[in-house]
Every structure is written in structure tokens, then in C-alpha cells.
Write a new protein. Sequence first.
Length: 369
Amino acid sequence: MFIAHNLSAINTQTTRIAFVAPYPFDTVGGQRFRFEQYLDVLTREGISYQIFPFLDPKTYSILYKQGKIVQKAIGLLFAIARRVLLLFTIWQYHYVYIYREAIPIGPPIWEFIVVKLFKRKIIIDFDDAIWLPPQQSNNAWLQPLRFYSKLSFLCQWAYKVSCGNTFLANYALQYNRNVCIIPTTLDTQQQHNQAKQHTNKPLTVIGWTGSHTTLPYLTPLYPILEQLAQQYAIEFRVIANQAPDTKLPFVKFVKWASKTEVADLLAFDIGIMPLTNTPWEEGKCGFKALQYMSLGIPAVVSPVGVNNSIVQHEQNGFIAHNNQDWLNYLSQLIQSAELRNKLGEAGRQTVVERFSKQSQINSFLHLFQ
């Protein structure tokens, strides 16, 4: 039976951490960049750990596909069973780091047992406004089983709470004073360690990366991209786990893959991050913009949430408040490789200084002290 991705042997003389996560190892960006990329740091510090994903790879592979309700339900039941079995060994760990929640449905019974019965220290980490219902879901049948007020209890019971931005931290501070902000980071030394050198060329690639859940943010921009395509030779490249719902001839879909992620992003000349302005988007951590900027790719973003603190307008990127802004700023970047280099270099410097893995290592380790 699939139970855990064991990355380090448990040593009874060292600090032991159980990472309780929703997804299989190295499959989801949020999970990878919130804690998986720090695992080598724990090893260097002599800390042992084990990862316990809720979903097995087979169930995860169908989770966001339409239909397959029976297979999903069976996978969900097995996942809950694994969580129950984990309770018999969770006492072995000094800390239980929970990314988002231990079980995505129902009240926080599992966490209650861990804290109140086994007296374990739990660390809650979240990078979205998960106390709010999502605006859309491929699994509507599961929504009645969700327990969105769960997060308030988890924050109350937590030893520490780690949040991706100030908006999320302000929510957590209502229930727990031991809250820290650790932005979602990128490894600018080992992975996102290249800075694109922009040159004038016949075709300009405007790019976006995301998932099926965020593809709808692109819809309002398609008319703007159509206008640009009438004036310039452009391609709009979408990196995601699902193709965008458009037949525009200048749109190219690239299937997301962990191994080629950086190389695929480096094909962009310009990166975009459009958002609507709702409380759910306020909770986002600006990760798309950070990915572009870390590679020296200039970003154009919506003025929503943390985007306003990541991007300094006209210094390390552009903030587009309306359709005319999107048209103007994208046009400027298409026309000038010099401007792309200037903003790209400044953007990478911002990431290295404030949003790199290396800049947040001490904050991450402090969670377990």
C-alpha cells in the first residue's frame, strides 16, 4: 500500500518531523516551493523527516479530470484510511508540519487527535485563502463535504503558523500570535539560476504558467492579445497541466513538466499574471510573477494583493490596472529588448534578495525551534 515518500531514515537521537501534505512528492508547485525544496537543508542540519501525502499518485492523476467519480471516491477512502493508520505512529515525531490540512474533507478530527491526545506540536502552513470556498472546482461533488472553517481551529491549535503573505497572516493572527510570514520562494542557485538575455528578434513570446484552476484568469486578456497579434509578431505560450479553452492561432500550449519547467519558462520574453480582485486572489502569493522574475523575464501583473509589493512599477516590472495598461506595457516590452533586459535584471535581483530559498532558510528552520 502507498503510504509515504520516505526521504530520510528516522534517527531517534535527532529532531523528527512528519510532513503531512495533500499531494504526492514533487507533483504540485505550491507544495514543492513551500517545503519540499527545503528538505536538503533539514538533512544538512541533521534533522530527519518523512513525507505523508494524502493522495497516492494514481488518485492524483485523475483528481482534476472530469468524471471518474467512483475511482475518485475509492481513492479518497483509501487516503482517509492511510491518515487513520498514520495516527498509530505520529507520536514518534517531534513536529507535525501540515501543509494546508491533513484531510481535505470534514472537520479537523485528525489534527485534534494529534494535538490534544498525542500532544504533538503542529505547524500549519498555507499559501492561499483556504478558509474561503474556491470560485470553481472540477470536483463539485466534494464541496458539500468541505469544512472551510477548519482553518480557524488549526490556527488555534498550532505551535506555529507559517503564511505566504500578510493577508493570510492577518487571518491567522486572529487565532494565534505565533505567526510568521515565509513567502513562497525559488532556489535561485540550483534551479532558477539563469537570467535570460533579451535580444531583438522577429517573434516575441508572451507567456503564462499555471494550472487548470487559474486558466480562467486569461479569458479577459485574449482580446488584448488579439490586438497585439494584429500589430506585432507574437506567440502566446501557456504552460499548464491542461490546454486553454481558446482557438486563437497564436496561442501555443506546453504541457507542464517538472524536469523541463525552467527551460520552458526561459522561452518566454515577457511573463504575465492577470488576476481578478476578490478576497481569494488577495490570498495568492504572486508565485507566477516570481517565477518569471527569477529568470530575468519581465513581468506584467494585475494590482492585486502581494503583487503590489513584489513588483515596483516601472522599476522591476509593470502593474496593469486596466485593459489600456495591458496593451501599452506589453507593447513597450515587445518593442524594446533593452527594456526587457532592464526590468528583467531588476526583477531577478528582487527575487534573490527577498524571495529566494536562500533568503528564507533561517525563517524555515525557526519553525522547528
